[in-house]
Design a protein around this ligand. Structure first.
Ligand code: AGP
Length: 611
């Protein structure tokens, strides 16, 4: 995710662009830049690595201004967060700011290099600038036409704002699978990744549709559909206040990020899975058939929510790849004198890539000769840099301290890893791989279905938020979701909760069961359904109150439970990606009902960079 803002008008725009970027920092903040056509028509660019304040300092040192410009704040997906990789990118007459992922950028880049073009960055975005510049040089009669030619060759997602030095009084905007809004002002026009960027200047927005392009001039906005035909899109008046706009109208960032999960799963899978061929492509990990065949085991090291993603990875990898997997709390692993070899694959899972215990654990693994890989959400973070291979999740910045979209994209990542390992060592047949990849690709739609009906969570909050403790039960790959659900509730509502293996309940925790202890049971139709169902009966027989998370249409479970949250039916392999949404919403609505600080709970930090 990145933040883009653009302006075409009749007043100097540098302050507006910088203010707009500040309001988009929640979309990314590892580097930034602005480009402005000054009153001579020359386009000047200022870029800086690091947070937006670094750009502001650099701009103040050598200020410039004009009435047409664009700005970009970056969340790196391709290329380190450096000044040379910061947007906007300039190639010849063309200046581009981009949010999205160009899946075929490498083959396009190689083709352009063979034509003699030189690149100054590691980004996929620079390819777009070259393609547009090349189209202008080979007969395109306008920036619009040149951009259309370029977009015809691109695969992937993009939200673009483009300037061209020979027509510095216009901006070309294009979007596909990445958000982009435009807006009308008084004698001016705006483009932005999101409403907050310019809400203090206008409330008249047009939400572009996938495939749309728009030409912005001070006195006119022209919109074209995916077939390049002129089209009218409705103007919507936005009444949000600027603060709630950063949350896109959601009450908390955490809730917004829960609802972002379908799109972030799409982004994380994009370009990495092929249903037709039943294959997963993760070249960034450097794993081949020989490496995988030689593996003696895989060891995950992680903390907190990321540790539960690792536990799901264990179930999935052992199921489809039959490689032994251990999961280790990083804080324990680093002091345990672990047994590893050069045939061990150590995998760190970390949203921030800066967690001290996880960093120490992966260093420990490296010192003992293991091959190291990390699954991480922050490009070029310390753990990413120190690992032999990195699989980036594309969750975008996660502002809520309680992890939600980072977790589900981590689970998507370990799911892809399990399939890759199984295909590389021959333990997973192609047709089974196709089924599971298809199941993964259906998850975003299933999540959207789940996210539509939240009344049940409001009822749960009203009925159970006074409890002083909860018990979460799950079996198989639902056990880590029980643990994650308990952690979510603890960290944002401050109610004690415990996640337990359902089969273990009779070995002690059953003594806790009474009407005062709500029991959340993860009981979807899967291989261990009957066993888990009997646990529900054991709780019921002792007067316990049951919040069941089960498969839609399971009336047997519904009749037994006090309240049931229905999940879409899906293969066991992907069910954790659905049941976790239910436990996230249970925690959220209870915490919101209690009035705790959902986005920044007491005592917590987003990244624990100390022991
Ligand atoms: C998640 O809700 C927590 N905030 C916390 O457990 C977190 O998962 C843990 O600190 C690990 O962080 P990391 O993924 O950035 O390494």
């Amino acid at each position: 995710m990145c933040g883009i803002v653009g302006f075409v008008g009749n007043t100097p725009c540098s302050s507006l662009l910088l203010d707009g970027l500040r309001r988009l920092e929640y979309r990314g903040y590892d580097s930034a830049g602005i480009a402005i056509a000054d009153d001579t028509g020359q386009v000047r660019i200022c870029r800086a690595e690091g947070k937006l304040t670094r750009l502001e300092e650099a701009f103040r040192a050598e200020p410039f201004d004009g009435t047409v410009g664009l700005g970009h704040t970056r969340w790196a997906t391709h290329g380190r967060p450096t000044e040379s990789n910061a947007h906007p990118h300039r190639v010849g007459r063309v200046i581009v700011a981009h949010n999205g992922i160009i899946e075929n950028y490498l083959e396009l880049k190689e083709a352009l290099q063979r034509q003699g073009r030189h690149f100054s960055s590691e980004t996929d975005t620079e390819v777009v600038a070259h393609l547009i510049d090349e189209a202008l040089a080979t007969g395109a009669d306008s920036l619009k036409e040149a951009t259309w030619r370029a977009l015809d060759r691109i695969e992937g997602s993009y939200a673009l704002v483009v300037m061209e030095t020979e027509n510095p009084d216009e901006l070309l905007v294009a979007r596909h699978a990445s958000p982009m809004v435009i807006a009308h002002g008084d004698g001016c026009a705006f483009a932005a990744s999101d409403v907050p960027a310019v809400l203090s200047h206008t409330r008249d927005f047009v939400f572009l549709e996938d495939g749309d392009t728009a030409l912005l001039r001070a006195d006119e906005i022209s919109i074209f559909d995916a077939d390049h035909r002129p089209v009218d899109r409705p103007i919507k008046r936005i009444s949000w206040d600027p603060i709630s706009a950063e949350k896109q109208g959601y009450k908390h960032f955490m809730l917004k990020e829960i609802y972002e999960q379908p799109a972030r799963i799409v982004d994380t899978l994009r370009g990495r899975v092929s249903v037709d061929r039943g294959e997963v492509h993760l070249p960034e990990l450097g794993l081949d058939a020989d490496t995988v065949a030689a593996l003696d085991k895989i060891v995950f090291v992680a903390c907190g929510t990321s540790y539960f993603a690792a536990q799901i990875g264990k179930y999935l990898i052992e199921e489809v790849a039959r490689v032994p997997v251990e999961t280790e709390l990083a804080s324990e692993f680093r002091y345990r004198n672990p047994i590893l070899s050069e045939n061990t694959l150590a995998i760190a899972i970390s949203q921030s890539g800066e967690t001290a215990d996880t960093l120490a654990a992966i260093r420990e693994a490296k010192e003992r000769g293991a091959r190291t890989v990390c699954i991480c959400n922050v490009i070029e973070s310390t753990i990413a840099r120190e690992s032999d291979g990195v699989l980036y999740t594309h969750a975008g910045p996660e502002i809520g301290v309680a992890s939600t979209k980072a977790f589900t994209t981590q689970v998507a990542a370990v799911s892809m890893l399990a399939l890759l390992l199984g295909r590389l060592n021959g333990r997973l047949e192609s047709d089974r791989a196709q089924e599971l990849i298809e199941a993964l690709r259906e998850i975003p739609a299933h999540m959207e279905t789940l996210l539509q009906d939240v009344d049940v969570y409001e009822r749960i909050a009203r009925q159970y938020s006074q409890a002083t403790s909860f018990l979460y039960l799950g079996r198989g790959n639902q056990f880590p979701i029980a643990a994650e659900g308990a952690l979510k509730l603890k960290e944002i509502s401050y109610i004690h909760a415990e996640g337990y293996a359902a089969g273990e309940m009779k070995h002690g925790p059953i003594a806790l069961i009474d009407r005062e202890l709500p029991v959340v049971v993860l009981c979807p139709k899967n291989a261990v359904y009957e066993k888990t169902f009997s646990n529900v009966e054991e709780v019921k027989a002792r007067g316990g109150r049951i919040i069941a998370i089960g498969t839609d249409g399971d009336h047997r479970l519904q009749n037994l439970a006090d309240v049931m949250i229905p999940l879409p039916d899906a293969p066991d392999f992907v069910q954790p990606l659905l049941s976790v949404v239910a436990v996230q919403l249970i925690a959220y609505y209870i915490a919101d009902f209690k009035g705790t600080d959902v986005d920044q709970p007491r005592n917590l930090a987003k990244s624990v960079t100390v022991e």
